[in-house]
Design a protein around this ligand. Structure first.
Ligand code: NDP
Length: 515
């Protein structure tokens, strides 16, 4: 019997031995930069001439590694290999499949700093953010292993005299796993392991910005004993092999996390039944957010300002849960704005290999240009009170940027920017703040700072987001504690790290025998 699930503790870098160990991990990673990684299909490693060259967002001249890049022929081969592996893997008892997750968690725990160091270099996360990313991956493995054990037990039924009835979860088949780059280890690990521990075989198409750390994670799964073909590693362009795999009649399900545009495209394409297709594809699609923190006049304003700053600018605002709207009631608006500006000014920005740099670069040139274009829009829609500039000389740096007095209907208050841009919006009172918060197509995370019990209970009922917090930041959901996933155009409400998640990758079979 496994022990109770407990979230992986985060590393305390103020302890010299931990900081030293992380520096050693960074040095190891530095010595390996430039490595070439293969596709892996049915256990066979394939190196291609065409490559995805992954670069360091903090120093774009530095190559992190060269990933092989799949064609449609490789995608076809991967589907075949996965269906073959499914025949045996799907018949292995769930409790045994769960064991590979516990083993992978143990390996990842041993190599924690090394994997986090790859995240620092390839995704531009600070030490603390990278450490949390790896810890969350360990949590997904430990949690989904235990969940598989739970799903494997006989499901409760009402007995009918004279019949022996059984209700059991069985896997779906072969699925395509398409994660984003912003939690290049945690989300990739959760999406992949949740699908395969349920008895499916998968094709993992990592994001093109972070294929090297994705390969490092894939190696850990192999070392943990995941059989050949159960997870096929297939980096490649979203538009080329992504569309092909989503459309393919042999694809049984697609699990996607990423932008609204791509998520909707996948949802629509997967709905079309192709010639020869024998099922309706199941699609799990988790998308963006326009997350808000509400502050009223009863709140602890220091704590609220700190919560806003951490949620808005952690990992440069590149989190689906990031606070991009601070909605503050008129009575304390100026004070909260002043505190947020002051705390944001204190954040040091630079290459995240230096742990004093809490703010790093944006992921790539596309993100840099997109964020700067939103800053131009913001200058027309609000009052620029901090930041507003970028410097692409060595890395994709954009300063933490705050706009005050933003129109709640303005584009920077409605569209996901996915960068360090925060819109301050003035509300007449608490009810008005709640109305503004809900006036979005998204519904992912939200937070309320208030000491008023009646208002807290009102927000609990009416603030329409999948993950709502009171008197704390709106980022940093913990597996098993805050099951994660949004409403409306934030996605299909998969609730990763929650008790319904594995069920999304299974179907229920009922059988009855007359005694
Ligand atoms: P994208 O939508 O750009 O990409 C996500 C993945 O989809 C990548 O692997 C990408 O591959 C792939 N892809 C792109 N086009 C296609 C296609 N036509 N068919 C199949 N796959 C395709 O998102 P980002 O990676 O930029 O991630 C950021 C977004 O993710 C933000 O909107 C954020 O809010 C959201 N997100 C949501 C979360 C949630 O739980 N709701 C959690 C984390 C992020 P390639 O890289 O090769 O283009």
């Amino acid at each position: 019997m496994m022990q109770i699930f407990r979230p992986e503790p985060l590393t305390d870098f103020s302890r010299p031995e931990n900081a030293e160990a992380f520096r050693a991990a960074l040095a190891k990673v530095e010595s390996e930069l430039g490595l070439k990684t293969p596709l892996v299909i049915g256990g066979k490693e394939i190196y291609t001439d065409d490559e995805i060259v992954s670069t360091n967002p903090a120093n774009h001249r530095q190559v992190i590694g060269r990933s092989s890049k799949a064609t449609r022929e490789h995608a076809e081969m991967a589907l075949e290999a996965a269906w073959k592996a499914f025949e045996t893997w799907s018949r292995i008892p769930g409790v045994e499949r769960a064991r590979t997750l516990y083993k992978a968690a143990a390996i990842l725990r041993r190599r924690k700093h090394e994997i986090s160091a790859w995240i620092v270099k390839e995704a531009g996360k600070s030490w603390v953010e990278a450490d949390a990313d790896t810890a969350e991956a360990i949590d997904f493995l430990e949690y989904y292993g235990r969940e598989m054990e739970r799903y494997s037990r006989p499901q409760p039924l009402y007995p009918l005299p004279g019949e022996d009835s059984v209700l059991e979860y069985i896997p779906l088949g072969v699925g395509i796993i398409i994660p984003p780059w912003n939690f290049p280890v945690a989300i990739l690990t959760g999406m992949t392991s949740g699908a395969f521990v349920a008895g499916n075989a998968v094709i993992l198409k990592p994001a093109s910005n972070t294929p090297i750390v994705a390969y490092k994670l894939f190696e850990i799964l192999r070392e943990a004993g995941v059989p050949d073909g159960v997870v096929n590693f297939l980096p490649g362009s979203g538009s080329e092999i992504g569309d092909f795999l989503v459309d393919h009649p042999k694809t049984r399900f697609v699990s996607f996390t990423g932008s609204l545009e791509v998520g909707v495209r996948i949802y629509e394409r997967a709905a079309k039944v192709q010639p020869g297709q024998k099922w309706l594809k199941r699609v799990v699609t988790e998308m963006g957010g326009k997350d808000a923190i509400i502050v009223d006049e009863t709140a602890d304003l220091e704590a609220a300002a700190q919560g806003i700053v951490t949620s808005a600018f952690g990992f440069q605002g590149q989190k689906c849960s990031a606070c991009s709207r601070a909605i503050v009631v008129d009575a304390v608006y100026d004070k909260v704005l002043e505190l947020v500006i002051e705390k944001t000014k204190a954040l040091k920005q630079g290459d995240p290999v230096d742990p004093t740099n809490v703010i790093g670069p944006l992921i790539d040139q596309g993100a840099y240009e997109k964020v700067l274009s939103y800053i131009e829009i913001g200058k027309r829609e609000g009052r620029l009170v901090l930041g507003g500039e970028g410097d692409p000389t060595t890395g994709w740096y954009v300063k933490p940027t705050i706009f005050a007095d933003v129109d709640p209907k303005g584009r920077i208050a409605q569209e996901e920017i996915f960068g360090p841009v925060l819109a301050f919006i003035r509300a007449r009172d608490f009810d008005h703040a709640l109305e503004i918060a809900n006036d979005t197509i998204y519904g992912l995370t939200g937070s309320v700072y208030s000491k008023d019990r009646a208002r807290i209970e009102k927000a609990r009922k009416e603030f329409h987001v999948g993950n709502l917090y009171f008197n704390r930041k709106c980022t940093g959901a913990i597996v098993g504690v805050h099951p994660f996933g949004g409403f409306n155009m934030s996605g299909t409400n998969a609730k990763t790290g929650g008790p319904d998640y594995l069920g999304l990758f299974m179907q229920l079979k009922s059988s009855s025998e007359v005694l």
